[in-house]
Design a protein around this ligand. Sequence first.
Ligand SMILES: *[C@@H]1O[C@H](CO)[C@@H](O)[C@H](O)[C@H]1NC(C)=O
Length: 189
Amino acid sequence: MKLLLMLLLLAFVLTLVCVHAEGETSAMGKNFNPKKIEGKWYSVGLASDKREMIEEDGSMRVFVEDIHVFENSSIGFKLYTKINGVCTGLYLVCDETEKDGEYFVEYDGYNTFNMLDTDYDEYIIFHLRNVNNGETFQLMELYGREPDLSSKIKEKFAELCKKHGIVEENILDLTEADRCLQARDGGKA
Ligand SMILES: *[C@@H]1O[C@H](CO)[C@@H](O)[C@H](O)[C@H]1NC(C)=O
């Protein structure tokens, strides 16, 4: 009888541990603090189930420099994209939708995105869905506070991409690519 009680207690404790762990890895939801993602970032990883969008000259091959959160909770992204080989600045203001933690921006179609994971001072992972002329694709981005990230975080990103049905070949490591770093801080590309 005593053993049975012990087992029941153990099962209960394990359940609590599991529920807790799940809460930590699921979408950011209510405990997400947008203000803490402000500041400088680097694009480290980029993935899409429509690869051409993130290849050279793809409209979604964009590189982040800075994130700003406005009083009205819209988020401004300072980005670069290469147009005919030239690094070109791009500023997008994304408005919050009625869904918790979801944002919207018009750019080469209608985009809704949210944050899948972040620790605020090292990395952040975004998931975006684009709808354009009845067609849709997903985009996933990994940003780092530094130009490169640990392989542990990159693997975490790859796992999340695969979970969303994006195959390995469509997950790009941008650290060797021209990310328009020379254009940052108002430098001349
Ligand atoms: C929030 O403020 C920014 C900056 O003034 C503006 O660009 C954006 O359109 C505003 N968003 C909404 C939803 O009003």
